[in-house]
Design a protein around this ligand. Structure first.
Ligand SMILES: [Zn+2]
Length: 260
């Protein structure tokens, strides 16, 4: 355990919209015991009944894409179900230089690296709520697809109902990134890179069958220093202010970094 003191300098808030280019399915708990219950419901907010993108799904995907792009070894098994393998540096000095350990943290028992990133649940935008209500979808805000699933052993096809959020829906997202030192400022770039990787990958399930293609849009990057939280400073809008795409953010990274 490290005795080193960490002092928060500022929080970077990246906010904007996630557009579903294709249908999106992030599975929720099965409620199929009732007659006519869906085989594969999407996750919904129990209060509003609206589908949403859990921050944990978005964060997990960003982490795994960054692990792969950096060619890190995936040795630590996170108990499931389903069991997944993730990368963790077991050496403290290594973990400080490792973008994945620095940004996403290492488990509490090793507590040398606090998680820098916080990914909020993304909720449907007001416009998308109106659009989906007007579209009179199969279920509130979602569509239901019949799909044939092949049994891997018998090759028998069995039809299954799958619920998904229709293409065109948009969600408000927010990612917070904590800055403790200059390396964190440099590594903000990896957060943008992971977002770009996700655009060429997929969110949720059935990505290889075309689901879950998303793009980030209408973004802003804000810096809130500790002085801001004391009410002594305003938040700073970084870079050129608004960004249409992640590529735009990456292209402008030098300017954003300069302002930190
Ligand atoms: Zn690492």
């Amino acid at each position: 355990m490290s005795e080193e003191k960490l002092r928060l300098l500022s929080k970077i808030v990246i906010k904007g919209k996630i557009l579903c280019v294709t249908g999106l399915r992030i599975g929720g708990p099965r409620v199929g015991l009732e007659i006519g219950g869906l085989d594969n419901p999407v996750v919904r907010d129990p209060v509003t009944n609206q589908p949403y993108i859990p921050g944990s799904s978005l964060k997990g995907k960003l982490r795994s894409l960054l692990e792969k792009s950096l060619g890190l070894d995936l040795t630590t098994v996170v108990r499931g179900p389903p069991k997944i393998r993730i990368h963790i540096c077991h050496d403290e000095e290594k973990s400080k230089k490792c973008a994945v350990c620095r940004i996403f943290g290492v488990p509490a028992e090793k507590a040398v690296m606090p998680t820098r990133i916080i990914v909020r649940d993304a909720t449907l935008t007001e416009d998308s709520i109106k659009m989906l209500e007007a579209a009179e979808t199969d279920l509130p805000f979602t569509e239901v697809k019949w799909e044939n699933v092949l049994d891997r052993i018998t090759s028998a096809a069995s039809p299954r109902q799958t619920e998904r959020i229709p293409a065109g829906a948009e969600f408000d997202f927010e990612i917070v990134y904590n800055i403790y030192d200059d390396v964190d400022k440099d590594y903000l770039r990896y957060v943008f890179e992971a977002m770009k990787l996700l655009e060429d990958d997929y969110l949720g399930s059935s990505g290889t069958r075309g689901y879950g293609k998303i793009v980030f849009k209408d973004m802003k990057v804000l810096e809130r220093t500790v002085e801001y939280y004391k009410g002594k400073e305003q938040e700073k809008v970084l870079g050129k202010g608004s960004y249409d795409s992640v590529k735009d953010l990456i292209d402008d990274f030098a300017k954003i970094r300069e302002m930190l």
